[in-house]
Design a protein around this ligand. Structure first.
Ligand SMILES: Nc1ncnc2c1ncn2[C@@H]1O[C@H](COP(=O)(O)OP(=O)(O)O)[C@@H](O)[C@H]1O
Ligand SMILES: [Mg+2]
Length: 314
């Protein structure tokens, strides 16, 4: 018997376009399985619309702010509507790269060395930037990666290979957020672990990501042919096993539910370092999570249905 499912996509985030694609793919897939599906752009509905619709479950296909960050999850909690993926707390923590780094460090989970900067309420002078640059050079060295705390899809992120480029990268990240993460650049193999489940989650086959660009930036992520998914990932069995274990640990530490994707870089010593957690990973048929599911013998529509069922589990 089919469920009455409301798929929410779009919204106000900078990842709106990608989210609309995820939403469309999910809605079609669930429709093909006989569910009664409605697809709405979050920008075009009110809280009243959602309440009046009274779906049995909401499939969240929202990426980035105002959707992947706990805001919509909180709204749905208040409305007492079950929804797919992690709840308020996990979503909010994973969306914030500063909190993510702090939590990983506290839990002793391996991640690239980092520095955190908070410029809230400060107009950043040339001298401030100069001091920050000095500290980065001393503490981390070059190359580093500079990221705003709360964007996804590599927006505002740059890889910095010279001291001169650091100022521009910091200014660019500051355009998006007053809080910035600077981390050591790890030259290694990028892999992602798709994790599916509630209390006893399963790690799907790891995928290696190879970008045509210098790194896995916005263009590489969303244009066909600009990145390649390699399954099985070309890494040692040891690294594969370790990354899978870590993915499960991270999933628990962040209190994820339903599904999430944990990204890693395997460094030159064969150690997986946690990059970040995506609590609503891309869900077009060509996205990473669906590819991992396919490698485990689960086609896209089946995966969407499984995620819905996990949302309805107590
Ligand atoms: N420390 C790092 N070393 C090497 N590459 C990195 C590092 N951090 C990020 N990257 C590259 O930048 C991309 C985006 O960074 P990520 O932390 O995943 O943020 P986003 O939320 O924007 O996806 C990664 O997929 C990876 O290619
Ligand atoms: Mg990422």
């Amino acid at each position: 018997m089919g469920y009455k499912v409301l798929v929410l996509a779009g919204g106000r985030s900078r990842e709106r376009e990608v989210s609309l694609r995820s939403g469309k793919a999910v809605a079609e897939a669930l429709g093909s399985k006989g569910h009664e599906v409605t697809l709405w752009d979050l920008n075009e509905v009110s809280v009243g619309n959602i309440e009046a619709e009274r779906p049995e479950v909401v499939f969240l296909a929202l990426h980035g702010k105002y959707g992947e960050d706990g805001t919509v999850q909180g709204l749905l909690d208040i409305l007492d509507l079950p929804y797919t993926g992690p709840g308020v707390l996990a979503s909010a923590m994973a969306m914030n790269k500063v909190l993510t780094k702090k939590l990983l460090a506290y839990e002793g989970l391996p991640t690239a060395d980092f520095l955190l900067y908070d410029f809230h309420g400060i107009s950043v002078s040339e001298a401030d930037i100069e001091n920050v640059v000095k500290e980065i050079i001393t503490e981390l060295g070059i190359p580093v990666v500079v990221k705003p705390a709360t964007e996804g899809s590599s927006i505002g992120t740059s890889i910095v290979k010279t001291e001169e480029a650091l100022v521009g990268a910091l200014r660019a990240a500051l355009e998006y957020d007053r809080e910035i993460v600077v981390e050591k650049f790890i030259d290694g193999v990028e892999v992602t672990a798709a994790v599916l489940g509630n209390d006893d989650p399963t790690v799907l086959p790891l995928i290696e990501i190879v970008a045509e660009n210098e790194f896995y930036d916005y263009e590489a992520k969303y244009n066909p042919g600009m990145s390649h998914h390699i399954i099985p990932a070309r890494i040692s069995d040891r690294a594969r096993q370790r990354a899978a274990e870590l993915a499960r640990e991270v999933y628990k530490v962040f209190r994820c539910r339903g599904f999430s994707r944990v990204d890693f870089i395997i460094d030159a010593d064969d150690n997986p370092l946690v990059l970040e957690i995506n609590t609503i990973p891309g869900m077009t048929a060509m996205s990473l999570f669906p590819d991992a599911a396919r490698a485990a013998g689960m086609e896209f529509a089946e995966l969407c249905e499984r995620i819905v069922k996990l949302a309805l589990e107590k």
